[in-house]
Design a protein around this ligand. Sequence first.
Ligand SMILES: [Zn+2]
Length: 278
Amino acid sequence: MNTLSDLLYNMFADRQPAEDEYLGNDGLIYCAKCHTPRQARVEMLGKIVTPPVMCVCKREAEVNAETDRKQREFQERVAQLKADGFQDKAFLDYTFANDKGYNPEMEKARLYVERWEEMRENATGLLLWGDVGTGKTFFAGCIANALIERGVPVLMTNFARILNTLTDLRSEERNRFIDEMNIYPLLILDDLGIERNSEFALEQVFNVIDSRYRSGKPLIVTTNLTLNELKNPADLAHARIYDRVLERCVPLRINNRNIRKDNAKVQMERAKALFGAT
Ligand SMILES: [Zn+2]
């Protein structure tokens, strides 16, 4: 009679050890590498059958392969987020790893990343202000890279680029463009205040800032303007932009030491040492 147990028995009964296997004292087939069984012995409907099982080393290899696959997938996602989020390739190099330690404020960039969940929840942004060449964009870029490396989508762009795009779009497409920027959990806008002071430009900058404000998501802005200039704008059009920014973005003065000048100075010192000059 051909019962299910006969069928199973016959299926497994003829299995012979392969090259990397041996027959154990208990009659089961063992892995020659990890010395654990590749067969189990179970009773089924009154018959003993020996279905295949994974030996320990095979199981470990599968777990490792799965971990590798997940890691690879994550790295691919990070690469994709960087390609999507950085509109300037130079931002890719703005990382904590590349920080030369000139700027004592950088600790605050690390703090922002560490406390990201809280920042996101409370829509807490930063307003990075200070002179040209003090590393505001670098500061913001480090936050962007660190968060992206954790899998958080960040868009980092600048007002000039946004205005160029908005100028080229039909008015009904502008809102969609602005809404798309607000999909990102963190938006970083470089160089507030250098835009043309036309009515159109100011209106669009306000729309960008205001819709971000209403999205309830954080915004990081850099500017060459002083905090005093932001707090005392020349007219209403500027006031309503800056008020929104100041309401959600913690103003941080980025050290007004000029990093570009410092770099030049270091290079000059090195060159002098090279030629033995004093
Ligand atoms: Zn094994």
